[in-house]
Every structure is written in structure tokens, then in C-alpha cells.
Design a protein around this ligand. Structure first.
Ligand code: HEM
Length: 206
């Protein structure tokens, strides 16, 4: 009887996992669609291009939030703290990482790069420093994004972990990207995570 119950729980969990994976794929598709529609609106200077720009800004904010959430289990783990809910984050870490990249990419494209490339607006020579931090963070995130799959884990071996440790640098780049604009809830959020990353790494070494 107990065995049957365990089997049933396992089957439900496996089914839920498949469902969640499908949901992530649907979310990725929505981001790509948003990027396409937003780009068309910006290039065509359509009446709702302002709203698409706003959506681009919120994509960046969502990316910061998910990036911070993905790093919480590691920080807590290094302090020896175990919280059940963080296990859910650990379980879907790969999908959340992909989500972070897609959000950050949509953000960067909609707030600057589409208009810069297609319309010649926001000349690179006049770009503020915070944009360089954002672009650098996004470039590094790209490498994590393309290696977030089983094949890369197998092929890269120990280098996979080393590569994915660049997330510690990305966090600081995102902090400077947001902080150089203004002190906000987003810079505070990523700032706390950046500092806790360093403190927890030192703590685990000591
Ligand atoms: C990992 C990559 C990135 C993340 C997580 C990110 C995050 C953010 C966040 C949270 C904000 C809002 C700050 C606030 O409300 O105080 C913001 C604003 C902004 N970001 Fe990014 N960003 C990233 C990359 C980029 C890139 C590649 C660009 C393009 C050059 C860019 C350009 C901008 C601009 C122009 C704003 C100001 C938008 C406005 O308020 O009108 N970001 N970013």
C-alpha cells in the first residue's frame, strides 16, 4: 500500500515537472514574440511603441528579480541554511537562467539596440557608462544561456562550472548598470545579492 502511494506521488511529481517544462517553453515563446512585436512597433514608430519601450524596461526589472532569486539557494547553502522553497528554485535553475537571459535580451533590445541599429538613434559614442555595464553583463549571460543544456555540461566537463561561475561577475555588472542610473529597489536588490555572494563565499572558505 505504502509502495503504491509512493509510486503515485512519484508519477504526479513527474507529470508536474513535464507540465512546468512546457510552461517554461510557452513563456520563452511569449518573450520572443514580445521582442518581435516590440521591435516592429519601435522601428515603425507605431502609436503603442511607448508601451513596448515600457515593457522593455520591465523585462530588465524582471530579469534582475529572477537573477537574484536563482542565486539565493547557493547563498543560503553556503551559510548552511536549508529552506524547502529554495529547492524549487534549484530544481528549475536551468529554466530560470534561460528566462533571465531572454528577459535581459528583450530588455536591452527594446530599450536601446533595436532603435540604435535600425533607426540610428542613441549613438554609441554618446552612450552612458551604465549601458556598457548592461551590455557586458548581457554578453556574459549569453555564454551561460547557450551552455544551459546537457550536451554542454558533458562536453565542457569541469569548464562548465568555471564558465557558469561568471555569474558572480554578472551580478556586479548588473549592480553597476542599475546603480549608475539611480538608487532604486532594483539596485538595492541586486546589491544585497552581490554582497551576500561575496560574504557567503568567504564564509564557506573560512
Ligand atoms: C543582464 C542584463 C541587464 C539587466 C539585468 C538590466 C536591468 C535593468 C533594470 C532593472 C533597469 C531599471 C532600472 C531602474 O528602474 O532604476 C534597467 C534600465 C535600463 N537598461 Fe538595462 N539591464 C540589462 C542590460 C541592458 C542592456 C544590454 C542595455 C542596452 C544598452 C540596457 C539599457 C537600459 C536602459 C537604457 C535603461 C533605462 C530605461 C529607462 O528608464 O528609460 N540594459 N536595466
Amino acid at each position: 500500500m505504502r509502495e503504491a502511494l509512493r509510486e503515485r506521488v512519484f508519477r504526479v511529481a513527474a507529470r508536474a515537472k513535464t507540465l512546468v517544462y512546457h510552461m517554461f517553453f510557452a513563456v520563452y515563446a511569449v518573450f520572443i514574440l514580445t521582442l518581435l512585436v516590440g521591435s516592429i512597433a519601435l522601428v515603425g514608430d507605431l502609436p503603442w511603441s511607448g508601451q513596448m519601450y515600457g515593457l522593455g524596461v520591465w523585462s530588465g526589472r524582471a530579469a534582475v528579480t529572477i537573477l537574484a532569486a536563482v542565486l539565493v539557494p547557493g547563498i543560503l547553502g553556503r551559510f548552511g541554511i536549508q529552506i524547502k522553497v529554495t529547492r524549487v528554485i534549484t530544481f528549475y535553475r536551468r529554466q530560470l537562467g534561460i528566462t533571465t537571459f531572454l528577459l535581459a535580451f528583450t530588455h536591452g533590445m527594446l530599450v536601446r539596440w533595436v532603435a540604435r541599429i535600425a533607426l540610428g538613434q542613441y549613438p554609441l559614442s554618446a552612450a552612458p557608462l551604465f549601458e556598457f555595464f548592461g551590455t557586458f553583463a548581457l554578453s556574459l549571460l549569453f555564454f551561460l544561456f547557450v551552455t544551459s543544456n546537457d550536451t554542454s555540461v558533458k562536453r565542457l566537463g569541469p569548464w562548465w562550472k568555471r564558465l557558469h561561475r561568471t555569474v558572480y561577475i554578472i551580478v556586479w555588472l548588473v549592480l553597476f548598470h542599475t546603480l549608475l542610473q539611480r538608487v532604486s529597489v532594483w539596485s538595492a536588490l541586486i546589491g544585497v545579492v552581490a554582497v551576500l555572494e561575496v560574504v557567503s563565499l568567504l564564509y564557506s572558505r573560512i
